[in-house]
Design a protein around this ligand. Structure first.
Ligand code: NI
Length: 256
């Protein structure tokens, strides 16, 4: 009944994919979206989606990999994005946290992939870290026509309001459960239930009490439960709403 809308099954830390899938199915997670960080990891997601009925994928180049973006890489991203289980272009965006970074290249690659999403009629999964202003500017000047989600949202309530007004969804990860998460808690309470998504961003950001360990989609019920309690909603009902939200934003989730 649970959905993980953002994870990295291509990561070597989750290399025993059979075991990872078995564990999350056992934990009640029936739908998982694995992200591309470059053409190669997007292609791994494509292969995994063929092997596992519960796995869907996004195709795209992460801002921290934008230096490797060229016509060949772009063609590979596009080629698999037309697949029936490719639900989005992602993850794409801007990251000024990991240094060194090249702002101009990141912005160019981000815009180019928004255009791909628009041409293919797909939503986008957005990574925004220490780059709020530039990200909002790109999203305003190059509007994703089929919507999108701000994943692992770390912004303020004010920023959340702006992206909600633009029609975006906001996705919550294990960071919400961390001890110092005051800002995230405020955002969690603020975002309307019908615009919330849940994710693990695994293998990163394992939620409390597993912080510091290898994260996996099996932990998404912990995040969903935490957010449901924060909002004072019964877990089953909230999980159902989150699944509906995901199916609204990512119509291909319903197509298979
Ligand atoms: Ni990610």
């Amino acid at each position: 009944m649970f959905i993980d809308t953002h994870c990295h099954l291509a990561d070597p830390k989750l290399a025993d994919t059979d075991a990872v899938v078995e564990e999350y199915l056992k934990a009640g997670v029936d739908t998982v979206m694995t992200m591309g960080c470059c053409a190669q990891t997007s292609e791994v997601g494509f292969e995994q989606s063929k092997k596992y009925p519960s796995v869907y994928f996004a195709s795209g180049v992460h801002p921290s990999d934008s230096a490797g973006y060229n016509n060949q890489e772009k063609d590979r991203v596009i080629k698999i994005a037309t697949d029936k289980k490719c639900v989005a272009i992602g993850e794409i965006g801007l990251d000024y946290y990991w240094k060194p970074y090249d702002k101009d290249t990141q912005i160019k690659v981000f815009i180019d992939q928004i255009e791909i999403a628009n041409e293919l009629k797909l939503p986008i999964c957005v990574h925004m870290r220490d780059a709020t202003q530039d990200t909002l500017q790109v999203l305003t000047e190059h509007k994703p026509m089929y919507g999108g989600v701000l994943h692992c949202f770390s912004g303020s309530v004010e920023t959340a309001k702006i992206v909600l007004d633009k029609g975006f969804y906001i996705s919550f990860a294990g960071t919400l459960t961390f001890k110092n998460a005051n800002k995230a808690l405020e955002v969690g309470k603020f975002v309307p239930t019908d615009r919330c998504l849940t994710e693990t961003d695994s293998p990163f950001l394992a939620p409390t009490p597993y912080r510091g360990t290898v994260n996996s989609p099996k932990n998404v019920p912990i995040i969903c439960d935490f957010l449901a309690k924060l909002k004072g909603i019964e877990l089953t009902e909230f999980a159902k709403t989150v699944k509906n939200n995901a199916q609204t934003l990512f119509p291909k989730l319903k197509n298979v």
